[in-house]
Design a protein around this ligand. Structure first.
Ligand code: ADP
Ligand code: G6P
Length: 460
């Protein structure tokens, strides 16, 4: 069996300091790494002089991390990753910054990664690189003589060609993907927009069996939607902590219907549009005024980036305005919490909710939607209101799918969700639940690594 090497900006393998793996990706990759005796490489999250890789083996999983100098963090992580690629790939050209220094930092850090990691790669290893922070890494590993099977998975959307070409070095970025053997996208839609770029901008061809050819090089490009660790999440939702949270939530709403939103505080998540839609609901349905309570949980993210500071300010003001306009002396329409919750507490919050509003303006997948489905009570499930622009909408078609830019559609969907008869709620939920359990994170990981392992490597 080949070893598995995982490389991503953040490493979420368990460590002595953080003993339980956090989140689906961490759980899936940790299990795979344990089985395959692998290593997870990435940035430590710390700023400092770049030293040696720090190896740590905990609970059968090895991680290796490195610090990055302040300038690299500014240009690579804050800069190219989160001020250039993230907004552009989420269709936000107006927020995208184009700075040569950012691109320089991005290439520098990717090269550094290739230098420190390549000595640890053995000939039979499968190498799996994750996300937009690391696109050129495969190409740089090839330059270091790495001939292994290399895979890349993009967790975020792939933008339309006409947007992507706004990036001055778009061609260089996409060409770098052809150093990998398998490139994975979350949905058919992102895969098709990638095909479009290849055909229009690179005169490439799309062949059978997921093949994409440019010049003399053929790679596999696949749609491979990520899932959650459904078993773990269902167990969490039925655990003691979740039940205690469920009861606490029920008590806190005094018989009203709880609506929830759970997101990183990111402009791509459509939280401002969600608040506007909720406000429209309150304005236009005065009879519902004291029948609902919206809980929005949004821990700050990437707080050194200006566009994130701005959306935070906007949401602070908007939440204050909504409460100022609609609150009663014994009721507030909106509780807005800027803190993350432990997963078992989160599972209890999902269980208590009659409605979840998952309304990103654009999202690669959106795991909150899947977690909400997994946490529901089979006899009395809540309703998922889901943006049609989230990758998850391809799989969760039984949700109430809406256009998040339209406050009227959002208000109508809230009304429909609150009034939905139990039979219909169960029928919609059952289908989504089966999909969430079947296409879970283990399924995703196997699908990708099987595709990678099946690639024939060229003789040396
Ligand atoms: P993204 O990866 O862009 O943040 P996803 O919805 O795909 O969006 O994944 C977010 C993950 O982070 C989910 O597992 C979710 O449970 C977790 N998460 C998001 N917001 C919170 C929060 N407020 N508290 C705890 N966990 C959160
Ligand atoms: C998205 C990205 C991930 C990233 C995560 C949290 O899910 O696809 O690569 O790790 O957001 O963002 P952060 O910048 O805190 O790592």
């Amino acid at each position: 069996m080949s070893r598995l090497i995982v490389i991503s900006n953040r490493v979420s393998a368990p460590t002595a300091q953080q003993p339980s793996a956090q989140g689906g990706l961490a759980v899936a990759l940790t299990a795979a790494l344990r089985e395959a005796d692998g290593i997870w490489f990435g940035w430590s999250g710390e700023t400092g002089e770049t030293g040696e890789l720090r190896f740590e083996t905990y609970d059968g999983v090895t991680s290796a991390t490195i610090d990055l100098p302040e300038q690299d963090v500014e240009e690579y992580y804050d800069g190219y990753a989160n001020r250039t690629l993230w907004p552009l790939f989420h269709y936000r050209l107006g927020l995208t910054e184009f700075e040569r220094d950012f691109q320089g930092g991005y290439e520098r850090v990717n090269r550094l990664f290739s230098e420190v990691i390549s000595p640890h790669i053995e000939p039979e290893d499968l190498v799996w690189v994750h996300d937009y922070h690391m696109v050129p890494l495969g190409w740089m590993l090839r330059q270091k003589g790495i001939r292994n099977r290399l895979g890349f998975f993009l967790h975020i959307p792939w933008p339309p060609t006409r947007l992507l070409i706004a990036l001055p070095e778009h061609r260089r970025l996409v060409e770098a993907l052809f150093a990998y053997d398998v490139v994975g996208f979350q949905t058919r839609e992102w895969l098709e927009t990638f095909h479009d770029y290849v055909e229009r901008e690179m005169a490439g061809t799309i062949g059978p069996n997921d093949e994409v050819t440019v010049g003399g090089r053929t790679i596999k490009a696949i749609a491979c939607p990520i899932g959650i660790d459904a078993r773990e999440f269902i167990a969490a939702a039925n655990g003691e902590k979740a039940v205690a949270t469920l009861n606490r939530m029920i008590e806190s709403v005094h018989g009203r219907n709880l609506i929830v939103g759970v997101d990183r505080l990111d402009y791509s998540k459509g939280i401002e549009e969600r608040f506007n839609g909720y406000q429209r609901f309150l304005e236009t349905r005065p009879d519902q005024l004291t029948n609902v309570s919206l809980l929005q949980i949004a821990p700050p993210s990437r707080a050194t980036v200006q566009s994130y500071q701005e959306i935070r300010g906007t949401l602070d003001a908007l939440s204050g305005r909504i409460n100022g306009a609609f609150a009663e002396i014994d009721w507030v329409p909106l509780r807005y919490v800027n803190r993350g919750l432990p997963r078992d507490v989160l599972a209890g919050v999902y269980r208590a909710a009659r409605v979840a509003l998952v309304t990103p303006l654009r999202d690669g997948m959106n795991l909150v939607a899947k977690e909400f489905v997994a946490a529901q009570d089979p006899d009395d499930p809540g309703v998922l209101v889901l943006s049609r622009f989230a990758g998850a909408a391809e799989q969760l078609a039984e949700a109430l799918l809406i256009n998040p830019y339209s406050p009227d559609e959002m208000a109508d969907a809230i009304e429909q969700a609150l009034a939905m008869p139990r039979d219909e709620r169960i029928a919609r939920w059952r289908k989504m639940y089966d999909d969430v359990c079947c296409e879970d994170v283990i399924w995703w990981r196997r699908r990708f690594t099987d595709a990678l392992a099946a690639v024939e490597v060229a003789p040396a």
